[in-house]
Design a protein around this ligand. Structure first.
Ligand SMILES: Cc1cc2nc3c(=O)[nH]c(=O)nc-3n(C[C@H](O)[C@H](O)[C@H](O)COP(=O)(O)OP(=O)(O)OC[C@H]3O[C@@H](n4cnc5c(N)ncnc54)[C@H](O)[C@@H]3O)c2cc1C
Length: 416
């Protein structure tokens, strides 16, 4: 039984079913309607370096002013965030961060192959565009520094990129309205034209292979003789094993079972726009100066925003979108908004920047697969493969040690 039908849960269910297990996938909504619905659509082979907590004073004070586009916070959310963010800050020290990079990178390096294998089987290859994406820089010194970092990524992790100067960028994206110093074109990533559509396609493959999808509330998860049960619209469902893959909502359910990892959400918004006249956007562009993405998608040009720290139950406050939109309009000839209101999702983050994948501590037959933060779309099929191999008793294709849930078990014990 897999709880949660986002890109992670659907991938877990599919990878288990492909290995011949009987699987039921439970969500309170249809597949792909949580955060997996509206992300930036990048399958980020280049993202071997997870997002660290900023440590430079200038950067911290910029964010503390709470007026930036890339990161904002609700002051009311801060008390509950102090502890996880302090851990996040500590884990972003050069030494610990280097460990996080290794753990993150070993899953990331498999993301393209794992997606392509599923998409081929799901007849969804047309959704995956091999166009990479570009990070734009207005400042030549920052571009030079980013190129130096990219060279390290190429050397250490085989990440591929091309650099573009002002003229090459203008030629590659002729509708750009401003002259930038240049860009880094990450050439490996796949750009998904409809991330929701991709999750739905994987879910359809799952049912085609004999998997079952049910509507139910994961917080009804309870032990029963021989395994676990959950209440669904079709009655009580039972299984020998259960996997919690509920994204940002995972701790709500695991806490009931005594496991309270110090997770936090980074909310993000999107809005779609048309393009005026004959304007085009050939590939996603990330504005490196302001920190938002513009991606050509099935429903228009999707603008996605950076991180908002808020209480889980707080109402939407799309201030980053309001700040980003005027800047985006100086970059591209955007037409009117397409959507009636902004969409919002929550990136499920752990303080050590590594997802939680493996056996639940002290709970027979319970497994976890969540905490994929900024890269859940990228990592869904890889994480799904890893946990499916562990559950099926096969040799895991990567060392699962860095993801083990036990690393937060002390925090869980303190909190319960
Ligand atoms: C603005 C933005 C841009 C992003 N861009 C990218 C990108 O370009 N590339 C990338 O790799 N990642 C990106 N991400 C991150 C990525 O979207 C997430 O990491 C990923 O969607 C998490 O997937 P998930 O399956 O873990 O969670 P979700 O998609 O949120 O799925 C969780 C599921 O659990 C269900 N659920 C919750 N509670 C219950 C309950 N009690 N009972 C039953 N069901 C329940 C929900 O209905 C939902 O379907 C972005 C995120 C945001 C917000």
């Amino acid at each position: 039984m897999v709880l949660g039908a986002g890109i992670v849960g659907v991938s877990v269910a599919l990878q288990l079913r492909r290995r011949g297990l009987d699987v039921i996938l439970v969500d309170r909504q249809a597949p792909g309607e949580g955060t997996s619905f509206g992300n930036g659509g990048l399958i980020q082979r280049e993202a071997v370096y997870p997002h660290p907590f900023p440590r430079a004073l200038s950067e911290l004070s910029r964010i503390a002013r709470n007026r930036s586009i890339d990161a904002v916070y609700h002051t009311g959310a801060l008390p509950a965030l102090v502890s996880p963010l302090l851990q996040y800050w500590r884990n972003s020290s050069p030494e610990r961060y280097a460990r996080a990079v290794q753990s993150h990178a070993q899953l990331i390096t498999t993301c393209l192959d794992e997606h392509l294998a599923l998409a081929r089987e799901a007849d969804a290859l047309a959704l995956l565009r091999p166009i990479g994406y570009m990070r734009l820089f207005g400042n030549a010194a920052k571009l030079e520094a980013a190129i130096a970092d990219a060279e390290v990524g190429r050397r250490e992790f085989g990440v591929n990129f091309a650099t573009l100067d002002t003229a090459a960028l203008a030629a590659a994206e002729p509708s750009l309205l401003v002259e930038k110093a240049g860009a880094i074109h990450w050439t490996d990533p796949l750009s998904v034209s409809d991330p929701h559509g991709l999750t739905v396609a994987y879910a359809k493959l799952f049912t085609k292979l004999g998997g079952v999808i049910a509507t139910g509330d994961a917080s009804t998860l309870a032990r029963c003789p021989g395994g676990w049960l959950v209440l669904t619209a079709d009655g009580t469902m039972q299984a020998a094993s259960a996997v919690v893959a509920l994204g940002a909502a995972s701790p709500v359910v695991t806490r009931l079972l005594g496991y309270a990892p110090p997770m936090f959400g980074k909310r993000g918004y999107h809005m779609h726009y048309g393009l005026r006249g004959n304007a085009v956007l050939n590939r996603p562009v990330l504005d490196g100066d302001s920190g938002f993405l513009l991606a050509p998608m099935r429903h228009g040009v999707r603008l996605t925003t950076g991180a908002e720290f808020a209480r889980p139950d707080a109402a939407q406050t799309p201030v980053q979108l309001e700040r980003a939109e005027p800047v985006a309009r100086t970059l591209l000839p955007l037409a009117e908004r397409v959507d009636g209101m902004p969409w919002m999702g929550v990136r499920p983050c752990t303080p050590d920047m590594v997802p939680i994948i493996g056996r639940a501590p002290g709970q027979d037959g319970l497994w976890f697969c969540f905490g994929h933060a900024h890269q859940g779309l990228t990592l869904g099929p890889s994480s799904g493969r890893l946990i499916a191999e562990m559950m099926a008793g096969d040799t895991p294709f990567v060392d699962p040690t860095p993801y083990r849930p036990e690393r937060f078990a002390k925090a869980a014990a303190r909190a319960s």
